[in-house]
Design a protein around this ligand. Sequence first.
Ligand SMILES: *Cc1c(COP(=O)(O)O)cnc(C)c1O
Length: 420
Amino acid sequence: MTAHPVVVRDDPGLLEPPKRERCASNRPAIFGGAPLFAETMPILRPALPPTRRLLRRCREVLESGHLTNGKLVQKLEATAARYLGVPECVAVSSCTAGLMLVERCLGLEGQVIVPSFTFFATAHSLLWNGLEPVLVDCDPRSWNLDLERVRCALGPGVSAILAVHVYGNPAASRELERLAKWAGVRLIFDAAHAFGARRDGQSVGGAGDAEIFSLSPTKLLVAGEGGLIATRDPELAEALRAARNYGDAGDYDCRLLGLNARMTEFHAALALAGLPLVERHVSRRNRLARIYEDYLANEPGVTVQKIRPQDRAARKDFSIVIDAARFGISRDFLHSALEQENIQVRRYFDPPLHRQRLYRRYYRPGLDPLEVTERISRGVLSLPLFPQMSEDDTARIAGRILEIRDWAALEPEGNIPRCR
Ligand SMILES: *Cc1c(COP(=O)(O)O)cnc(C)c1O
């Protein structure tokens, strides 16, 4: 095989020769080759338990005639509370509804600190309660709330901090608890991504006033739709049990504006059957994430989320951040190239909240310019990750990303968009 010329450019980041041979067999689809996968490799597949046991439970539900908020919901709450190591779990119809009800039951007012780098449902819960989001930047390593920025944003109008365990990387709960106590504000965690995560060896779920998990199909524990509120506060749990039932504590005399946010018995049956699989699935996700990291983390222009060695991330998603100038191709070019390989990828969370039309007016660059959020969201790309995926496919996807970069480097200047 003939040697290929090494491209020499002004940018020192691009001086390195391509690492791989450029041969017809690895020609990326975007350059005319065959796609890596004949059938679409999805970004995720819901982790579902075996159907037989589930169907038996569903038949029992139907025969009992008790279809919602019954024995199975109670059993799910008790089992999840034990797994998470918290005294109370309250099951609701979704994480969004859970966030809304927790904020309502805690009587929050005015402003709430929230990261801009999150899924929009986090902040929607605030708007539904008439609360004002104060958008704060994230940390360049953990991609969770930046503690120093939180401290700066804590002012007299703030009644709470709403933190997020981004992609299931446990947020700095002790430090946030200290900050919240110091400022006299409430602390809530959007734990949608974090079922099965551990901070300093302890299950995520017991910090702050409450932590709210999502049981929707893209999350770690699946109920179909659903949420779980974990709290150490028995009074809050009691208020939430009324709040999810329109606000009726059982005496038909509402003191609180609630919702119908009950969980059905069928959803509880699915989540109960899935609970015993969580541990295995989380280790599997970490194993696959590790393969991505081995291939990609040390490449120039690629950043991965840093998980502290004493923590375990739930790895709801595995995302890389591409710095186009250093990597040689832009995130969006890589995105199209991977789609052509039949690999489904997503840009979570781009645009971040402060660049969405609903939230633009809450962007206050004078208070927090959100520079890290800008940089991460501009380069972020979430790759396929689910427990049923093979090590081999994970490695092939990672290798393909590098091949796409290496082929692009040898394309004539001007053919490839190198920046944004
Ligand atoms: C999925 C998700 C939610 C919403 O969960 P639902 O159960 O669908 O309401 C909230 N926050 C984050 C960070 C999420 O990813």
